[in-house]
Design a binder for this molecule. Structure first.
Ligand code: CP
Ligand code: NVA
Length: 306
C-alpha cells in the first residue's frame, strides 16, 4: 500500500473523506454494540505530544486498544525530542519500530519534516496551523445530527486559528460555506489555510451577522496553546466575540453549536449556549475516537471490505 499521511484536511480527497465518515459510523456501531473489532492487532501507534491534551490522547489511545493495537506515549519532556535530537533522526528511528505516528506540535513544518523521513503514516494531532482530526469529528457529528453538510453554512466566531483554517479547507473540499468573524488583527489568511480560492468563505465584521441563518455556530478559545504570552491583549480584542443566546437566535432555528473543547465559559461562549439544547459538544468530543479509528484503519489497511 502506498504510504499516506494525514497532515492537513486537504491530504484526502472528497471521496476519501466520505469513506472515513461512512467507516466511522460503522465502527461506532460496533463499539456501541460491544462487538469486538481488532483489525489493528499487533500494530503500534506512537503518540508524540509537544503540547497538552486530554481528548486527543484519550481518543487515540482508547481507539487503538479497541482495534486490537497498542500505543507508545512520548512527550517533549520525557524523550530526546526535548533535548534537541533532530526531527529527521527521530522520525527515522520511531518509524522503524511502530506502524503509525500521531504528533501534536507547534509549526506545521515540524510535522511535515517528520513525515518526510517516516516509513509509516503520520497523523496531525494539532499544529499551530491545523487540527484536521477535530474537523473530521465535527463534520461527522454534523452528519449524524442533520445529514450532509454540503450546501450548509458554518459560522466561525473568534480567532483565525488552526480550527478556522481547517474549517476553510473542509469547506472547499466538501462544498459548504464558512461565515468567518474575527477581531481585527486575528483574521484568517487564505495562504496559511492552504485553500485555492475565497469562494467557500465569507468574512463578516460583526459576529452576529456571521451567525445569521447559519446551520452550525462554532468557536474556540481566544488564546490557543503556544500563544499564552498574548493572553491579556487577546482578552481585550475578543470581548465581543463570545457566542451568546442572541447569536444562536439569529442562526437557523435548528442550528447546532460546536466547540472543540476545552472551553472557557464566559469568554468565547456563554454557559447557556454550550450547556444548552443546541450544543452537541459531548457527542463531538466522543466522535474524535470513532473518526480516528476509521482514519487509522484507512491509513493502515486502505479501504477494507464493508
Ligand atoms: N479538542 C482537543 O483537541 O482537545 P485536547 O486538547 O484535550 O486534545
Ligand atoms: N485552538 C486550540 C485548540 C485546542 C484543542 C489550540 O490550538 O490550543
Amino acid at each position: 500500500m502506498a504510504l499516506r499521511h494525514f497532515l492537513q484536511f486537504s491530504d484526502f480527497s472528497t471521496e476519501e473523506h466520505e469513506w472515513i465518515f461512512r467507516r466511522a459510523a460503522a465502527i461506532k456501531r460496533k463499539f456501541k454494540n460491544y462487538e469486538k473489532y481488532h483489525p489493528l492487532a499487533d500494530r503500534t501507534l506512537a503518540m508524540i505530544f509537544e503540547k497538552a491534551s486530554t481528548r486527543t490522547r484519550v481518543s487515540f489511545e482508547a481507539g487503538m486498544y479497541q482495534m486490537g493495537g497498542s500505543v507508545v506515549h512520548l512527550t517533549t519532556g520525557d524523550s530526546q525530542l526535548g533535548r534537541a535530537e533532530p526531527i529527521e533522526d527521530s522520525a527515522k528511528v520511531i518509524s522503524r519500530m511502530v506502524d503509525l505516528v500521531m504528533i501534536r506540535t507547534y509549526g506545521q513544518d515540524k510535522i511535515e519534516r517528520f513525515a518526510e523521513h517516516s516509513r509509516v503514516p503520520v497523523i496531525n494531532g494539532l499544529t499551530n496551523e491545523f487540527h484536521p482530526c477535530q474537523i473530521l469529528a465535527d463534520i461527522f457529528t454534523y452528519i449524524e445530527q442533520r445529514g450532509s453538510i454540503r450546501g450548509r453554512v458554518v459560522a466561525w466566531v473568534g480567532d483565525g486559528n488552526n480550527m478556522a483554517n481547517t474549517w476553510l479547507q473542509a469547506a472547499e473540499l466538501l462544498g459548504f460555506t464558512v461565515h468567518v468573524s474575527t477581531p481585527t488583527g486575528y483574521e484568517v489568511d487564505q495562504d496559511i489555510a492552504g485553500i485555492r480560492s475565497s469562494e467557500s468563505y465569507k468574512v463578516f465584521k460583526d459576529p452576529m451577522e456571521a451567525c445569521r441563518g447559519a446551520d452550525l455556530v462554532t468557536t474556540d478559545v481566544w488564546t490557543s496553546m503556544g500563544f499564552e504570552a498574548e493572553n491579556e491583549e487577546r482578552r481585550k480584542a475578543f470581548a465581543d466575540w463570545c457566542v451568546d443566546a442572541e447569536m444562536m437566535r439569529v442562526a437557523k432555528p435548528d442550528a447546532l453549536f460546536m466547540h472543540c473543547l476545552p472551553a472557557h465559559r464566559g469568554e468565547e461562549v456563554e454557559a447557556e449556549v454550550i450547556d444548552g439544547p443546541q450544543s452537541v459538544v459531548w457527542d463531538e468530543a466522543e466522535n474524535r475516537m470513532h473518526v480516528q479509528k476509521a482514519l487509522m484503519e484507512f491509513l493502515l489497511l486502505g479501504k477494507v471490505a464493508e
